[in-house]
Design a protein around this ligand. Structure first.
Ligand code: ADP
Ligand code: MG
Length: 364
């Protein structure tokens, strides 16, 4: 089922009655979450991800705007009646109940026409337990499970009522690195198998990129860009998005366009024919550098790190806005610096220009 957010806004009043510094946690969101897709809400802490998710769930009431599930306006519908499954960062399982009882719990609370027989409930509980691969653990208590297993139980519990929408708020944050990777692949598999429209909140760009059909990048309650992960990476709308996506991060420089050429310091590094003369901020992805002893972009070499398949070259440049520049080169290339200098040509599609004032992308 698709979800539509229309002019969705959440303003928290200031805690201090005398001051007027209210927080606009979510500022006029308009976007559609397509049916059966997994979308990642991505942005730094405090940008309004959880608030957006809680409004979709009904746990928080919007200050303005509407939420549609399919064609139904659910803005005023209670959480229980929205048909959602929720998973939080801390698994929030009942410690005194077994895994089986934890999963059964939402079904036991069903009333009226939705009420299920005991056999049907058990059958359903085992189906979801199987889906998240914990059917062997049904008799254990949460304290007897690893973090990853607990999170699977929480996911099973969220799925057992067959929700129309699955909402996950930083579900992997409490897991160690290896389990995080494994569990995120699990979530992807479960989502693909069940085809439940899913909203996945994370501050981790790599996590969002790897798991999502679409990512929604947010900053301070304002939507920055929405698109397929690779498209957003390849075509960032502004400097914030360019800097937020990618490991190692994009390299950023002060630059200037003069006579159709992009200058970084004194080096004319690229032709940018359609851009008028103006100062710009330049972003260059680490994979955008090509070693070339006659290349126009000359940097001071600091260090070469061989990482198996790739070589990471650390260098500096006076116009760099970061302490170091990191470029990633195929390990087949030998790095032969001259007088501690390393020269590059640039791949044009890996170079982005941004307006110095608005930080919006300037296309060339
Ligand atoms: P995220 O999940 O992206 O870290 P949140 O949605 O939790 O961000 O918060 C967005 C902004 O709203 C933050 O500035 C936060 O301090 C503020 N906020 C969240 N919940 C409340 C609340 N109940 N009362 C006041 N301010 C809140
Ligand atoms: Mg949050």
């Amino acid at each position: 089922m698709k979800i539509v957010l229309e002019n969705l806004t959440k303003i928290f009043p200031s805690r201090n009655k005398k001051s007027s510094d209210e927080v606009v946690a979510v500022n006029n969101f308009n976007f559609e979450i397509p049916d059966g897709k997994l979308i990642g809400l991505l942005g730094p802490s405090g940008c309004g991800k959880s608030t957006t998710l809680y409004m979709i769930s009904g746990l928080q009431k919007p200050t303005g705007g509407k939420i549609y599930f399919g064609d139904d306006d659910v803005t005023e519908v209670s959480t229980e009646k929205r048909g959602i499954g929720l998973v939080f960062q801390n698994y929030a399982l009942y410690p005194h109940l077994t895994v089986r009882q934890n999963i059964l719990f939402p079904l036991q609370n069903l009333r009226g026409a939705d009420k299920m027989s005991k056999d049907d409930m058990l059958k359903r509980a085992y189906e979801v337990a199987k889906l998240v691969q914990i059917e062997e653990l049904m008799d254990r208590k949460p304290s007897e499970l690893s973090g990853g297993q607990q999170q699977r139980v929480a996911i099973a519990r969220a799925l057992v009522k067959m929700p129309r929408v699955l909402l996950l708020d930083e579900p992997l944050s409490n897991l160690d690195a290896r389990l995080r990777l494994q569990t995120r692949e699990e979530i992807r598999r479960i989502q693909k198998e069940t085809k439940i429209t899913t909203v996945f909140v994370t501050h981790d760009q790599e996590e969002a990129m790897s798991i999502s059909d679409l990512i929604v990048v947010m900053k301070l309650g304002v939507l920055q860009q929405i698109g397929a992960p690779q498209d957003v990476y390849d075509e960032p709308a502004n400097l914030f998005v360019a800097k937020f996506l990618g490991t190692p991060p994009i390299n950023v420089f002060d630059g200037e366009v003069k006579g159709g050429k992009l200058y970084i310091g004194d080096d004319a590094v690229l032709d940018v024919k359609n851009v008028p003369d103006m100062p710009v901020t330049v972003g260059i992805r680490p994979e955008g550098f090509v070693l070339d002893e006659n290349g126009p972009f000359k940097c001071r070499l600091s260090n070469v790190e061989v990482m198996g398949r790739d070589v990471s070259i650390v260098s500096t440049h006076p116009a760099s806005l970061n302490p170091i520049i990191r470029s990633i080169i195929n390990a087949d290339h030998k790095v032969e610096p001259k007088n501690d200098e390393v020269a590059y040509t640039l791949k044009p599609h890996k170079v982005f220009l941004f307006d110095k004032e608005t930080e919006n992308r300037i296309r060339f």
